[in-house]
Design a protein around this ligand. Sequence first.
Ligand code: PAJ
Length: 282
Amino acid sequence: MKIFETIDQLREELRKYKSGQTLGFVPTMGYLHQGHLSLVEQSKKENDVTVVSIFVNPAQFGPAEDFDSYPREAERDEHLLRKLAVDVVFYPAVKEIYPEGYATYVEVEKLGNVLCGKSRPTHFRGVTTVVLKLLNIVSPTCAYFGRKDAQQAIIIKKMAKDLNLDVVIQAMPIVRDPDGLALSSRNVYLSPEEREAALSLSRALKKAKTEIEQGLRDASAIKEFIQKEISKYPLVTIDYIEVVTLDALDKTNTITLDNTLVAGAIWVGKTRLIDNFTLGEI
Ligand code: PAJ
């Protein structure tokens, strides 16, 4: 496994692979868990070469958010990626990605202003900017994202389509702990009591999915059902619970089985967590 910190060195290495080999790319912010690793495994399965990036992207954090305290553990990440026989790791410093005077940002209109975009107004602009930069740097055949961040995957797919990027964007299933909590690097912030409270979101979503399977189609009834389930946990504050279409993220009154995203974000103490389920393909 080769690790590169500069764009020039990475590109020089990747030029060796370009002749007819497929290249899979998994962008991450590190502090890797099985959710990230499932993307790496998929890339390994489907491609000749797998590249993973580790970069905590300041542009996607708001001024009051956890950029400084975001968990970082390079050696552990390196060890995990080595075990999976990843070919190349890109591990740039902030200055390598955003040198002095950096001024260009990419924004996907509308899709970035709803759900998480409402409470994190500059977040998706930061995500699309860094992902486009990374895709330009790596030039992969295929890039892998998790449906845990469903809105992010939808926005990146839209960016790739609108800007004619020559890459296939794959949205992979959510990986959960055995008790249902969606794996997240931010779960490390939770105390044992907070972790128990954090389960409220995945539990409520699971029950809501069962309600839909049993025939409920009224979006506001599902929303209220989820809110009520979560309100049983006093440590939790709801940021949002929404039922939207999967393709346009438009609010909808009626749940369809092929074009619905049921998504939520909660605060447990100082930690913001998200989860969702999708009906249909991203
Ligand atoms: P990060 O939160 O590190 O996640 C990297 C990738 O792993 C994302 O595509 C995310 O959706 C996926 N992922 C995280 N938890 C997952 C889980 N429990 N199951 C399945 N996939 C999961 O998302 C980002 O980084 C950044 O925004 C990034 C795309 C790297 C741009 O900076």
